[in-house]
Design a protein around this ligand. Sequence first.
Ligand code: CP
Ligand code: NVA
Length: 299
Amino acid sequence: MKDLLSIADLTEEEILRLFIRTKELKERKKRGEKVIPLLSGKVLGMLFRKASTRTRISFEVGMFELGGGAIFLSDEDLQLSRGETISDTAKVLSSYLDGILIRTFEQKEVEDFAKYSNIPVINGLSNVYHPCQVLSDYFTLWEKRGLKDLKLTFIGDGNNVCHSLILGADKLGVRLSVITPEEYQPKREVIAKVKNKKNLIFSTRPEDFIKDSDVVYTDTWVSMGAENERKKRLMKFDGYQLNKKLFKKAKKNLLVMHCLPAHRGEEITDEVIDGPSSIVLEQAANRLHLQKAILTTLL
Ligand code: CP
Ligand code: NVA
């Protein structure tokens, strides 16, 4: 494993190894070992072309807690914004940095970076995938209740987070129902990567799946870069909100997940996201531990 571009590139064994390492780092921190200098002297570059709260800060703090350093690189401040090529940028940055985290629009850009650089490249979200988020989310479920016989339902936009959930479910043997409006189904090329298709169900009707679900997951209806479609999307996603009415038929111990940032009152109500079933803050907190496991594995 040189890079982390997509969950498709990982084996089940590699994912479980990451989970065990995450758990160990999390427990050591809980016991008071704030800095574990496994990466002392190493520097991670963090190139962001989109906004971020969790990804940026968990990686930056993660590097600090591993004894290394991190440099935030805004695309506007780099020569990339004046037309320098990805290949030149990737080659040059490879000679300064020990790894690079990239959040951008096109998945191809992350892949090109990996192609031209000889340091590990980590996908911190593209329009197609969000592997760091989803690895952390499956870690949260693995730690909390185990993944055996888990029935996960994703309701919302079949976009980057949903795509990574699909690939993760396939690797980890989780049964996943993906409920989206017709026009917002996951991309065919992502579904084509799924080996065990019988564990993956598609529907446009949230109410049909709720009573069998152990976990319900949602994401914003208006992802970064889709802001100009906002009005149309709010109309198309009407009926896909996680709210109390939808949860009437749900299991008592249903868990609710969201990658955040949440658009309260759109894909999820305050009552649900702040309610007793919600584990969104636990998900967000685990990002730090999981990023540290990724960093120590790759760097
Ligand atoms: N979930 C997530 O990636 O959050 P940020 O956009 O704040 O990094
Ligand atoms: N689907 C969202 C995820 C944010 C973490 C987006 O791409 O904006």
